[in-house]
Write a protein that binds this ligand. Structure first.
Ligand code: 5RP
Length: 234
């Protein structure tokens, strides 16, 4: 069965491979989205077989699934560190000679603030993906989580940066998407992003921005699942 942006088999293979690298006693960051969910399910099976880990979920969705599959949970305040975080991505620069190699866009599920917190706290941040996520240059809209009161002001600042902001699901009858943190998301189209690090710094500087979905220099490794195996990218 195909799902949007990649096959279930490819996602499952990537998730399974990432879960295999988790050792007894590890604290594991549990990412959000359908590919990270494959890793969470694989970890749940390993816990059933006796693996002792503690998970730190990056979203309500990840927390719910981790509880369903029996992964004991903890939080950042209760641990000395995070051994590994396993998370998905919406776009991944796969251009080994480019400075932006390994840069990501995340936040398709609006969970990028907690994802960045947990993923960047980890000794090793492993991305799990299918080939549809790989690109030479990031060009998806960048999700920007904003304080509700700040959304129009931040939207103006984004336009000054030559971006086109769109309030996520603004047209919904019951209002726009609200994140797990009670905030709103502006999806900001910048066209092809030549300098993700520079744009990341500009977005971080804007008052009212809680977090944006550009993850630059954070990923240590990517497992890309395919129909018949898993490729490793560093
Ligand atoms: C959620 C995310 C997800 O990791 C990203 O959207 C990828 O999801 P999927 O594996 O379902 O394609 O960043 O905020």
């Amino acid at each position: 069965m195909k799902t949007e942006g990649g096959s279930d088999g490819a996602k499952r293979r990537a998730g399974d491979r990432a879960a295999e690298a988790v050792e007894d006693g590890f604290v594991v960051g549990l990412g959000t989205g359908s590919t990270a969910a494959c890793a969470i399910r694989a970890l749940g099976r390993a816990v059933d077989d006796g693996l002792e880990i503690r998970g730190i979920p990056t979203s309500f969705q990840a927390r719910k699934l981790a509880l369903e599959v029996g992964i004991p949970l903890t939080d950042l305040d209760a641990v000395d560190g995070v051994d590994v975080a396993i998370d998905g991505a919406d776009q991944i620069v796969d251009a080994p000679d480019a400075p932006a190699h390994g840069a990501l866009i995340k936040g398709g599920g609006g969970a990028h603030a907690r994802e960045k917190l947990v993923d960047s706290a980890a000794d090793r941040f492993v991305v799990v993906a299918d080939p549809s996520k790989l690109t030479d240059r990031l060009d998806n809209p960048v999700p920007v989580e904003v304080l509700p009161d700040a959304h129009s002001v931040v939207a103006d600042r984004i336009r000054e940066l030559d971006g086109e902001p769109m309030l996520r699901n603004a047209e919904r009858k019951d209002g726009p998407i609200v994140t797990d943190n009670g905030n709103l998301v502006l999806d900001c189209a910048f066209g092809a992003i030549d300098d993700p690090d520079g744009l990341a710094m500009q977005l971080s500087r804007l008052p009212g921005v809680v977090e944006h979905g550009l993850f630059v220099g954070l990923a240590d490794m990517t497992y890309v699942g395919s129909e018949d195996g898993v490729d490793t990218r560093r």
